[in-house]
Design a binder for this molecule. Sequence first.
Ligand code: ADP
Ligand code: MG
Length: 662
Amino acid sequence: MTKQTLSFQAEVAQLLHLVTHSLYSNKEIFLRELISNASDACDKLRFEAINDGGLYENDSELKVKVTFDKDAKTLTITDNGIGMSTQEAIDHLGTIAKSGTKDFVSKLSGDQKADSQLIGQFGVGFYSGFIVADKITVESRRAGMKAEEGVRWISGGAGDFEVENTTRPERGTSVILHLRDDAMDYASAWKVKGIINKYSDHISLPIMMEKEEWKDGELINPSDEQGGRQPGGMVKTGEWETVNKANAIWARAKKDISEEQYNEFYKQISHDFEAPLAHTHNRVEGSTEYTQLLYIPGKAPMDLYNREKSAGVKLYVKRVFIMDDAEALLPTYLRFVKGVVDSSDLPLNVSRELLQESRDVKAIREGCTKRVLGMLEDLAKNDRLPEVAAPTEGVTDVVSPEDKAEAEANAGKYTKFYNEFGAVLKEGLGEDYANKDRLAKLLRFASSTTDTVSVSFADYKARMKDGQEAIYYITADNAAAAKNSPQLEVFKKKGIEVLLMTDRVDEWALNYLQDFDGTPLQSVAKGAVDLGTLQDETEKKAAEEAAETFKPMLAKLKEALKDKAEDVRVTTRLVDSPACLVVQDNGMSTQLARMLKQAGQTAPEVKPVLEVNAEHPLVKKLDGSVHFNDLAHILFDQALLAEGGLPADPAAYVKRVNALLV
Ligand code: ADP
Ligand code: MG
């Protein structure tokens, strides 16, 4: 094959522009990305070689070598992993296969800071090489192919790249970075080792560098090895040394791993720039043996709501990488969790299908779920700073400064988590029956008396009025609609708190939760209001009387609205509004029905009940009005508008209102 010049996929070109313009505050991540690719390539080879040992070509010691050449201004990362065929080089280095790439690129704003945050989540991978290089040459040969079937790929990181055929006896890939002038400090063993220590200690392969020694140098200042020697500089010795710890972080003892190392490993597997909120690391022994290292991120990925795609746990079997995104290891509602599970029991050639059926996997999944919920419970417990009692004279502070600092570091983490992932967690009510009660305790809501999403069911219960028998809630499209809903009027008047549920998933999720700790949950928009003992006798009496006197008019209303309303009745739940819509106790809310329709799904036709406020002047005026029919429809449509819906025939509504206005 002769030399071919090909264009990058449009998104890649955009991404490249961004990489070179936004990421220089975080330059050194390129090495982490390239070493991670080298390590992935070795993992892939090991995996394919399970069925075809010949792929090792008598060289099964997988490793990564990092070399540099000051004169040629290059830094090279070489692995003896799976390698790439020509077509693979074109496909993998010229396009981005990740789902949501377009979406991602369209979100970029041009604001460097915001973009580099985003890109951190997305992971620029291979292209991060262009942060430090103005040209990258990749030479590769796929395991099992002939030496003459090697490929050379070259690009300056602008719109296109070249590929040509080359001969490469050794299997695997070399990524040669032609360093920019301002990145020449990466052509230094000292610098490169430092970065490897920081990012890649846990890579389970040896990362090797050629040993150097001082030539003709005299130690001028022993405490300053770098600057203290003159003049010949460092020269290569031809001996190789392993510069990372080369053992998988999760296989090491907890006590030997620093917080910093845990965090770096997280950043590596998640492509997140930010540290995680929490991690849990355990070796589980018993009938199923495995190690888990799981993290809770502080930020949601862009495809969080894609239930098909995201699962963040990698599966290893006895240190051998098996697969990314092993969705069988955690329930879907915990898809935001990142980490690693290393099993000692599963076969190496386990497939996704097999995973679904394995008993061991079931045990792992249960164990991991428990651990994650445990982490969340801890975060929740420490979310608020403990209240410190006023100092008493003569008593010294009992809280140690360390405890205080720790409390401060942990405060607010759960709130942060919940803002990002709360809606996903709620899916668990329907998905994970066994842990329903634990999940319910982790939920937080805004309420009619609290603006922030911070009220737990337990908080709510502790504040319930004497005689209140239910936890009241309302579902709506957004907080404002919920808060101003007519259905809340009587609750406001009586000072009863109502939880505001504004996530799309709420209505569905709450179907699975009938009560919390013995107290029933009651939607204020379903069924008739029965405030029980919270309502006084005179009010009840007035309502009954109103119902009696309004009977003939209610019948007329019902007749006028027979196509729209299931029933029409007098209510005590309204104070300022003339009317509102409610659904039968076990009915689907108009809210949910609307959402399903918007999502293109079939929803059962819900005919709501129109409830009218007998005290309202508009309702009083209805009887005997010549506009009775128009007013009836306006009353209904306005009730619909008030809860964020749209009249079935908006034009007719406008016409009716205008006729009255004139
Ligand atoms: P990711 O690693 O998330 O897939 P990258 O941009 O880092 O994305 O790499 C893109 C693809 O290029 C990889 O998925 C892999 O197929 C290929 N690739 C990159 N580096 C190597 C390598 N050293 N050996 C073999 N394939 C590689
Ligand atoms: Mg990568």
